[in-house]
Design a protein around this ligand. Structure first.
Ligand code: AMP
Length: 234
């Protein structure tokens, strides 16, 4: 893969995109950018915009394309994206994908590589029911869904593990509906040489193995960092 390469993770919620994004980020030294995390941070800031976004997130619907496009365009111009980055959860609509393609062309970057995480909807629901997040480091952890509340802690920093308030059955249903509504045209838009379907049913290690093997075929970390574009190009 080329310097400045954007790697896009498509797929339903709970398919393991976040876990694989942080593994790939560590392996290749490029940032993993989650639009969901960026939006949640804005909610936590308590700003007026954050309060509006919070309502959208709690409903399971999508935040408006214009806002998300602006946030991503600004983030991609950060210096840490000069060698490439992973986009986890963006684009989610055809209009976002069209916007990203024009941005990539304007920034003179290679065409993105796409990994489409493939997971059965029943597995998605089962995984989301088990998913908890560390209140401090934000790491996603799979737990016994029947464990008593308040007794689960992150084994890295001892902080409580909490359930995202959009990981509840009603909101999951709406998030899956949004995903199904948009995914067909997104996949058609990206079908071609740079599109890879990734079976996401295995363990995180099994999924990483396939993902890394595909990336490794042209993305050796040594040569990757040796061919950095200059900041002036960004
Ligand atoms: P995630 O953490 O990726 O599951 O995203 C959580 C929520 O953030 C989604 O249900 C949407 O409401 C919102 N969101 C994240 N990424 C996008 C995006 N690319 N476009 C619109 N809304 C988004």
């Amino acid at each position: 893969m080329k310097s400045g390469q954007i790697i896009i993770f498509l797929g339903p919620p709970g398919a393991g995109k976040g876990t694989q994004a942080s593994r790939l980020s560590a392996e290749f030294g490029i940032p993993a950018i989650s639009t969901g995390d960026m939006l949640r941070r804005e909610c936590q800031s308590g700003s007026k915009l954050g309060r509006t976004i919070e309502q959208v997130l709690a409903s399971g619907e999508l935040v408006g394309d214009d806002l998300v496009n602006r946030v991503v365009a600004a983030r991609l111009r950060h210096f840490d994206c000069r060698r490439g980055c992973i986009l986890d959860g963006y684009p989610r609509t055809l209009s976002q994908a069209v916007f990203l393609n024009s941005l990539v062309a304007r920034m003179n970057l290679p065409l993105p590589v796409i990994f489409d995480f493939d997971l059965d909807p029943h597995d998605v629901i089962a995984r989301l029911a088990r998913r908890r997040q560390c209140a401090v480091c934000g790491r996603a952890v799979s737990v016994d869904p029947n464990a008593p509340k308040g007794e689960l802690f992150c084994d890295r920093d001892g902080a409580p593990l909490v359930q995202r308030n959009d990981d509840t059955p009603a909101v999951i249903h709406e998030r899956l509906r949004q995903y199904r509504h948009n995914t067909g045209e997104l996949v058609r838009f990206y079908s071609g040489a740079n599109y890879h379907r990734l079976v996401a049913t295995g363990t995180p290690d099994q999924v990483s193995e396939t993902l890394f093997a595909t990336c490794d075929s042209g993305m050796d970390p040594a040569t990757f960092s040796a061919s950095m574009p200059s900041a002036a190009n960004l």
